[in-house]
Write a new protein. Sequence first.
Length: 175
Amino acid sequence: MLIESPPSTPDVALRAWCADDLDELVAAYRDPVLRRWTRAPVTTAAEARRWLDDVQRDWADGRRYTFAVVEEHADGARLVGNVVLKGVTPQRPAPEVGYWTASWARGRGVAPRAVTALSRWAFDRFPEVAHLDLLHQVDNVASCRVAQKAGFVFQEILPARPPFPLDGHRHTLHA
């Protein structure tokens, strides 16, 4: 899949997911913290291949835009997370930003930088989008901090809805 101008920010780059990411994707999902906050954990190579196929199909359909977040190191790029833009449709008032960070990259500001890069890309690519939403469960304090650091402003508490058992927060970023 071709991304016209892949988003980036200091120290992290966003790029298309590829088959070479399979092992690092499975390794990231071994983390119980990551599995707690995601709906579709990837625990095997077969699940990772399906996940990667779904990501490519969603890009082709224009439904979701998912990026691998990587850091450059002396020995090459290392996967450190994922960001996604969901629901860019005329029927949805605001697309939603989602993300996760691999356990080995947490606490270093990777998520806010990646969310910021994705948000800039979204506003540039979709000029009709006036704002973006970032949603998380109320007990996900780290996601609240990421939203704030990326410039999203708390808007409201949302009632719980499956598969999430607790109420949520909605944060918004305007173009």
